[in-house]
Design a protein. Structure first.
Length: 104
């Protein structure tokens, strides 16, 4: 079993930019200051203040920009536990409800 932890602590000067080439599963924790995070092809602007965190779920490049002096931690988010076969069987037997989608 591989129990290695992937963790990186960084301090960024104001207006510094840090690139994460594949952010899938990467947890970004802002320890101090403020960070602006953008993901390729994602229209959201994510701003993290001290204590805030964000975990990317898709294979995209992330750019992390320090709005002022900032420190952050990058780590791999823990993997979700495997789904048991018993749960899958119950979910398959559960009734399904659907709603038609209509334009607003």
């Amino acid at each position: 079993m591989n129990t290695a932890t992937h963790h990186l602590d960084l301090s960024l000067e104001p207006k510094a930019l840090f690139n994460v080439s594949d952010a899938a599963g990467v947890q970004i924790l802002c320890r101090s200051g403020s960070l602006w995070v953008t993901l390729d092809g994602d229209p959201r602007d994510i701003v993290l203040d001290a204590g805030d965190q964000f975990t990317a779920t898709e294979h995209r490049r992330a750019l992390i920009y320090a709005l002022g002096s900032a420190s952050l931690s990058l780590s791999m988010a823990p993997a979700a536990p495997p789904v048991s076969r018993t749960w899958r069987a119950r979910a398959a037997a559960a009734p399904r409800v659907s709603f038609p989608l209509q334009p607003a």
